[in-house]
Design a binder for this molecule. Structure first.
Ligand SMILES: Cc1cc2nc3c(=O)[nH]c(=O)nc-3n(C[C@H](O)[C@H](O)[C@H](O)COP(=O)(O)OP(=O)(O)OC[C@H]3O[C@@H](n4cnc5c(N)ncnc54)[C@H](O)[C@@H]3O)c2cc1C
Length: 377
C-alpha cells in the first residue's frame, strides 16, 4: 500500500505543493488521482464501492501521503473521505449508505466535517447550531468555524442541537447529526486566512434556514454525540500518522541538507549538535508511529482504543512538530526560504497540534480516564 500510494504521490512533487501553498488552489487533480485508483474508499465497505479495509490500512496510506512531501496540503485534501463518513457506515440505514457513500468514494462528491463553533470551542456539548423539526424536514440555523474544505465540498456532516440544553439530562444529549447537501443559497462560507496549508481551505460557515430532509439524519434524533464519537478515535490516529509522515519528510530533507552543506571545512551533519537532534527526532517519530499503529490495531479489532488514540495524536503531533522545527534549524537561513520546503512543513505541523483536539485536552483525558484523577474542567 505504501508503495502504491507513494507512486501516485510521486506525480505530485515538491514544486506542485510549493505552488499550491502560494496560489491556494485546492489540489483537485491529486484528489482525483487517489479517487481514480480507489484509495478514497479505503475504510468504506466493499458493498458501497470501497475496499473494506481498516484504520490500520488507512493509517499506512495517510502516512505515505504526508511523508511524500505532500504534508497536510495533501493529507487534508482527502482526510475527510477516509475517516469522516464512519458515522454513516456504522449508524446509517441501508438506503443512506447506498445513497451517500459511493459518490464520495468515487471522488464525485467532496464532504466537509462541521463540528467546531465559535462560542463552544472544545466544549462540543455547548454548540448552539439548532436543527428544528418541521414535519418531514429539519431547518438548521447557526454558525460553525474552521470547517475545512467547505469551499469545495458538496456535502457536510454537521452536528447540531435538536433539544435545548436546558431540557436534557446530560449536556451531550439532544445533539443530532446530519449528512446533507451544502446548499450555498442557505450556507455562506467565508475562508479564514491562516498560517499554513493554504491549498486546503478552512472557513467560517453561516447557516440560514437550511432545510434538510429527515432522511439525511444519521442515527436517532438526540444521539448525535454518540454517533459522531465513533469517528473521533480514527481521526486522532490518522492525524497522528499524518503529522509523523510530515515529520519524516522534514527529517529526510534535513539529513540530506546536513550531508551536503559544508561550513568550517566539513559537512554540517558531522557536528553532533546537528546530528543528535535529528537522531532524537527519528526515535520520537518511530515511537509515536508504534503507538498510533497500536491504536489502529485496537480499533480494527473492536477493542477500546481511546487512551492509545489520544496518546498517538499527542505524541505524533509533538514529534512531527519537533522534526519540522529541527529541519528548519538544520537548514539555517535557508530553512526560512520557501524553496527549501521545510518552512512550509513547519507551518503545517502546527495544525496537528491544535486540531481536532489540543494537547492540553489530551493530557486532561489521560489524567482523568487512564489515571483516575479528578476531572479538572
Ligand atoms: C487548520 C484547522 C483546520 C480545522 N478543521 C476543522 C474542521 O474541518 N471541522 C471542525 O469541526 N473543526 C476544525 N478545526 C477546529 C479545531 O478542531 C479546533 O480549533 C480545536 O478543537 C480547538 O478548539 P478552539 O480553537 O475553539 O479552542 P478553544 O476551545 O477556544 O481553546 C483555546 C485554548 O484553551 C485551551 N483550553 C481550553 N479548555 C481547557 C482546559 N479545560 N484545560 C486546559 N486547556 C484548555 C485549549 O487547549 C486551547 O489551547 C480546525 C482547526 C484548524 C486550526
Amino acid at each position: 500500500m505504501r508503495d502504491a500510494v507513494g507512486k501516485i504521490c510521486a506525480r505530485f512533487g515538491d514544486d506542485y505543493w510549493l505552488k499550491r501553498d502560494s496560489d491556494g488552489a485546492f489540489p483537485h487533480d491529486f484528489h482525483a488521482a487517489l479517487a481514480a485508483d480507489g484509495w478514497l474508499g479505503v475504510c468504506i465497505p466493499e458493498a458501497y464501492g470501497g475496499s473494506g479495509l481498516g484504520v490500520s490500512e488507512a493509517a499506512v496510506m495517510m502516512h505515505a501521503i504526508a511523508a511524500s512531501g505532500a504534508g497536510f496540503s495533501g493529507a487534508s485534501a482527502v482526510h475527510m473521505n477516509i475517516f469522516g463518513l464512519n458515522p454513516v457506515v456504522v449508524y446509517g440505514t441501508e438506503e443512506q449508505k447506498r445513497r451517500m457513500l459511493p459518490p464520495v468514494v468515487a471522488g464525485k462528491e467532496k464532504a466537509c466535517f462541521a463540528v467546531t463553533e465559535p462560542n463552544a470551542g472544545l466544549e462540543t456539548a455547548k454548540l448552539q447550531t439548532r436543527a428544528e423539526r418541521r414535519g418531514d424536514r429539519y431547518v438548521i440555523n447557526g454558525a460553525k468555524i474552521w470547517i475545512s474544505t467547505a469551499q469545495v465540498a458538496d456535502r457536510m456532516l454537521i452536528l447540531t442541537r435538536t433539544t435545548p440544553a436546558e431540557q436534557v439530562k446530560k449536556p451531550t444529549d439532544g445533539l443530532s447529526l446530519f449528512f446533507t447537501a451544502l446548499d450555498r443559497r442557505r450556507v455562506e462560507v467565508r475562508e479564514i486566512e491562516k498560517m499554513g496549508r493554504k491549498a486546503v481551505d478552512s472557513n467560517q460557515v453561516f447557516i440560514d434556514n437550511l432545510e434538510v430532509p429527515v432522511e439525511d439524519r444519521i442515527g436517532e434524533e438526540g444521539d448525535g454525540f454518540k454517533t459522531i464519537i465513533d469517528g473521533f478515535n480514527p481521526e486522532r490516529i490518522l492525524v497522528a500518522v499524518e503529522a509523523i509522515g510530515l515529520g519524516r519528510a522534514a527529517l529526510r530533507r534535513a539529513a540530506a541538507y546536513a550531508k551536503e552543506r559544508v561550513v568550517f571545512g566539513h559537512p554540517i551533519g558531522q557536528n553532533q549538535a546537528i546530528q543528535h537532534p535529528l537522531a532524537q527526532c527519528w526515535m520520537e517519530l518511530e515511537a509515536a508511529e508504534l503507538v498510533a499503529m497500536k491504536a489502529a490495531w485496537q480499533y480494527d479489532n473492536g477493542m477500546a482504543c481511546g487512551p492509545a488514540a489520544n496518546a498517538a495524536k499527542y505524541l505524533g503531533a509533538e514529534a512531527g512538530f519537533k522534526a519540522c522545527q529541527t529541519a528548519v534549524m538544520t537548514h539555517g537561513g535557508y530553512g526560512y526560504a520557501k524553496e527549501f520546503h521545510v518552512e512550509r512543513y513547519f507551518r503545517e505541523s502546527m495544525i496537528a497540534r491544535i486540531a481536532p483536539v489540543t494537547p492540553h485536552l489530551i493530557l486532561c483525558f489521560i489524567a482523568e480516564k487512564v489515571l483516575g484523577l479528578p476531572k479538572s474542567y
